[in-house]
Design a protein around this ligand. Structure first.
Ligand SMILES: C[S@@+](CC[C@H](N)C(=O)[O-])C[C@H]1O[C@@H](n2cnc3c(N)ncnc32)[C@H](O)[C@@H]1O
Length: 197
């Protein structure tokens, strides 16, 4: 098991696994997964509904991921090393774009979300799970204080982003389906607002 998976296990047990199961299962058609990491979402795709799955990551740990993908031979999967801030795919090419625990780290969130909007079909769906700044105090302020150090330790991960607000500001209508672990993890689906098309 990858070190990342071991590190995540307590959080997976406390609610993340439930969120992944509920949301990733809803991916349909041509799917793009951003920031695939060690492939923790592979367990939850419905192979009957997914016609193809492209998994990208800025740093592809391809051996571990390729091994895992082989275990899921019923999914038609491709791997690519790419940055969400400049995707190589044509506009409107995916029915679903999935990203879980990624936008805490993306250097330019707006640039990344613009790219997602570009490659997503007009009627397409985003599926996301992100950790966000806690709503309650003193946890919120504690996460603000910790973020500069945490960013250095965890490859640019911010503990205090308000990704829900940013997604809305960037022109997505959201259905927030769940929150877990003191509302730090949010999960939901979204579509491009008609007015933003
Ligand atoms: C915390 S891990 C999450 C992995 C996996 N999605 C999960 O749910 O467990 C964040 C992943 O996003 C990737 N990532 C961060 N910034 C990225 C970017 N700009 N473009 C593509 N991938 C990125 C990282 O390399 C890392 O694999």
């Amino acid at each position: 098991m990858a070190i990342y998976d071991l590190f995540m296990e307590p959080l997976e047990r406390r609610g993340l696994r439930r969120l992944r199961k509920k949301l990733v299962f809803k991916a349909r058609g041509k799917v793009l997964e951003i920031g695939a990491g060690t492939g923790l979402n592979l367990d939850y795709y419905d192979s009957k509904k997914v016609s193809s799955l492209v998994m990208i990551d800025r740093d592809l740990n391809s051996r571990a991921l390729e091994k895992k993908i082989k275990e899921y031979g019923n999914l038609n999967t491709a791997l690519k090393e790419e940055n969400v801030m400049s995707l190589s795919f044509p506009s409107e090419s995916f029915d679903t774009v999935v990203f879980t625990l990624v936008f805490c780290t993306v250097a330019d969130v707006e640039k990344g979300l613009k790219e997602i909007k570009r490659v997503l079909k007009k009627e397409g769906t985003i599926i996301f799970i992100e950790h966000v700044r806690p709503e309650t105090e003193p946890l919120g302020s504690a996460f603000d204080t910790l973020t500069p150090l945490w960013k250095k330790l965890a490859r640019g991960c911010h503990l205090n982003r308000d990704t829900e607000k940013t997604l809305k500001n960037m022109g997505f209508d959201l259905i927030l389906e769940d929150k877990s672990i003191k509302n730090i993890f949010i999960g939901g689906r979204g579509k491009i607002k008609k007015t933003a098309l």
